[in-house]
Write a protein that binds this ligand. Structure first.
Ligand SMILES: [Cu+2]
Length: 136
């Protein structure tokens, strides 16, 4: 089934390290950092966020990218088709890229260099309405 996952790239200020203070729309929206590497892992592997929150993928070492299982996003130095010249090609650079999730449910992603959907270097975010574990 197709999931309409809306991708939004936060303002460039986020790239300057002002992560915790950058509003991303609603005042209550949160940013959760997911380390990409070192090695072939996303950490945490199974983050839980609320709809509207952002995962900030941060390369900690290695040639990586982060690609949605459903093809909705492909990111590393920015994201393909983000309108800002971003490229989702796997890179060993010190890239950090925000991906906002507005749709509840589970959304898998992987690194093209080291994984595929559900195998190797992969992860999955659970997007809930609330942090207390309630799911619609
Ligand atoms: Cu990788």
């Amino acid at each position: 089934m197709a999931r309409a996952l809306r991708l939004r790239v936060a303002h460039r200020l986020a790239l300057l390290g002002v992560l915790a203070c950058v509003p991303v729309g609603e005042a209550s929206a949160a940013i959760v950092i997911v380390n990409v590497g070192p090695g072939m892992t996303f950490t945490p592997k199974f983050p839980v966020i609320r709809a509207g929150d952002t995962l900030m993928f941060r390369n900690m070492g290695g040639v990586h990218n982060v690609v949605a299982d459903d093809g909705t996003f492909r990111c590393a130095h920015g994201c393909d088709n983000d309108g800002q010249g971003g490229s989702g090609n796997a890179s060993a650079g010190n890239w950090i890229v925000p991906v906002q999730f507005d749709e509840t449910g589970e959304h898998g992603y992987f690194c093209e260099t080291h994984g595929s959907p559900g195998e190797g270097m992969w992860g999955r975010v659970r997007v809930t309405l609330f942090h207390d574990g309630f799911e619609p």
